[in-house]
Design a protein around this ligand. Structure first.
Ligand code: PRP
Ligand code: URA
Length: 213
């Protein structure tokens, strides 16, 4: 979908994604179903996220003869933002099983709403890989912007950001801070409330994944 004003934003509107997202938004959906659907949606989003990924030609031998085939030009590194980003990793790994996984631990300070870093671990060759930063919620954009800055400090040049629900304020922040980073989301919601929660949103993704509310 392109009827919005954000040049680097792709909204993935497949009917299977939209119907599963509706169940995720439902306050009655329990933790078990929430986790399952989040991973299912992540799997479905991968197809679109990798649509323009570069491949190189390789030779493959069928049982009958050699022929041309393809492989992805770069290795893939998935970087979930802890905690909620972890909830999409296994869904993406279903389709990219050999991706390495780096981690960034950030939480949003309840008073300042600024991201606070508590853990970072990346694969050593991350600079040569295509990095997919993952977090279901893009609210103010503070967490994703800080994570992108950490990743870029490792000389990574090929980064995409995948979320599930984005607020316009967060998209604007990422475009302002990281204009070269493609953003993929399943929904662009209306706005943030006074506590920087996305409206209509789905509540606190981390709490709904892990049952900590
Ligand atoms: C949530 C969410 C994002 C962040 C989005 O995490 O998973 O990381 O808030 O908000 P922002 O765009 O305004 O930065 P939270 O800080 O609640 O931590 P958690 O994943 O550990 O629950
Ligand atoms: N983090 C969440 O988990 N949900 C929101 O709506 C905003 C930030």
């Amino acid at each position: 979908m392109t009827d919005h004003q954000f040049p680097t934003l792709t909204i993935i509107q497949h009917p299977l994604i939209q119907t599963k997202l509706t169940t995720l938004r439902d306050v009655k959906t329990d933790n078990y179903l929430f986790r399952s659907l989040l991973n299912q949606i992540a799997s479905l989003m991968v197809y679109e996220v990798f649509r323009n990924t570069e491949t190189v030609e390789i030779e493959v031998s069928t049982p009958l003869e050699a022929t041309a085939g393809y492989k992805l030009r770069k290795e893939i590194t998935l970087v979930p933002i802890l905690r909620a980003g972890l909830g999409m990793v296994s869904g993406i790994q279903q389709l990219i099983p050999r991706a390495r996984v780096g981690h960034i631990g950030l939480y949003r300070d309840k008073n300042t709403l600024e991201p606070v870093e508590y853990y970072t671990k990346f694969p050593p060759n991350i600079a040569q890989t295509k990095v997919i930063l993952i977090d279901p919620m893009l609210a103010t954009g503070g967490s994703a912007s800080a994570a992108l800055t950490f990743i870029k400090k490792r000389n990574v040049t090929d980064i995409s950001f995948v979320c599930l629900v984005a607020a316009p304020e967060g998209v604007e922040r990422i475009i302002a801070d990281h204009p070269e980073v493609p953003i993929f989301t399943a929904a662009l919601d209306r706005e943030l409330n006074d506590h920087a929660y996305i409206l209509p949103g789905l509540g606190d993704a981390g709490d709904r994944i892990y049952g900590t509310e």
